[in-house]
Ligand binder design. Sequence first.
Ligand code: SAM
Length: 351
Amino acid sequence: MEKQLQALIDKLESENRLDREEWIRLIRGRTPKLAQYLFEKARKIRQMYYGTDVYIRGLIEFTNYCKNDCYYCGIRRSNAQAHRYRLSQEQILQCCRQGYDLGFRTFVLQGGEDGYFTEERMVRLIREIRKDYPDCAITLSIGERSYDSYLAFFNAGADRYLLRHETWDTAHYQLLHPPALSAEHRRQCLWDLKKIGYQVGTGYMVGSPFQTAENLADDMLFLEKLNPQMVGIGPFIPHHDTPFKDQPAGTLELTLYMLGLIRLLLPKVLLPATTALGTIDEKGRELGILAGANVVMPNLSPENVRKDYLLYDNKICTGSEAAECRNDLENRMHAIGYQVVSHRGDSLNMD
Ligand code: SAM
């Protein structure tokens, strides 16, 4: 059995694709030994393209207001317990200044779908950042918007966009979201972003409620089709004020395994070891890097709001994931044979 699955990993490595049944078998049949076999290959491929460099992105969580009501998310509209905040343009620019001084050359503006940040306000903000930091990449992660808004942001100077597809399967998507949201629309946004010319990132939660090996296989087939520049995956972690408060969290083990598989599927993709991975395990991000990841996204938000961008319980926000603790992050990466680099870190997966 193990030999057959090893052969599937070899096939994935040489052909960069598998069919749906093969994905399901590889996901279901995983063992610790198989995972080690996979990670070794994933590291080799990652090092072939990115060496032992670790790219960093400064994450600015600029608003936790959200009009959506995703069942898993701590900043969902219905969570009356969430302490809401939004940063002013000046505060956001201050985060960029601090980030630039710390060596960040990518700023990721992430937030809930907050009506305050109209197309006009976002364009003004993006233009300001672009003017002050011509050598930096501006990444947006602000959910579903119209084609025209995406285009306006791009023309204002945004170059990357992160929008996880969350799950490819329509029925599974409906179990995670209210009826107003659909998997089809989410995916359409990704195709729109690609068409406009953004470097696009997508992804999903590992171990989200009701997720099956079939769902994960479909996610892999979708990644193959979209061929994004980045893929962000992290474990689902319950939040105590959401409908999924009693659902089990996704595991470190399966998340690492999926990271390794994604590295073999899309060898040149940018693959972050996410905050959620660092939250479920103290060494989660190091293990993510050793499974094939090559990006980390320290938090640049002002310290007093970090605890309010609580997507899930116990989200780390005061340790080495904080941008001002770059030294700690550098030490952690050195300890496993990698080094943090201070440049834009564009994706090599540009076809
Ligand atoms: N509003 C934007 C969007 O929809 O893309 C960006 C912010 S959204 C909170 C960022 C990501 O957080 C989501 O794509 C989701 O996968 C992840 N997330 C939300 N709740 C989570 C949870 N309980 N556990 C793990 N990840 C979660």
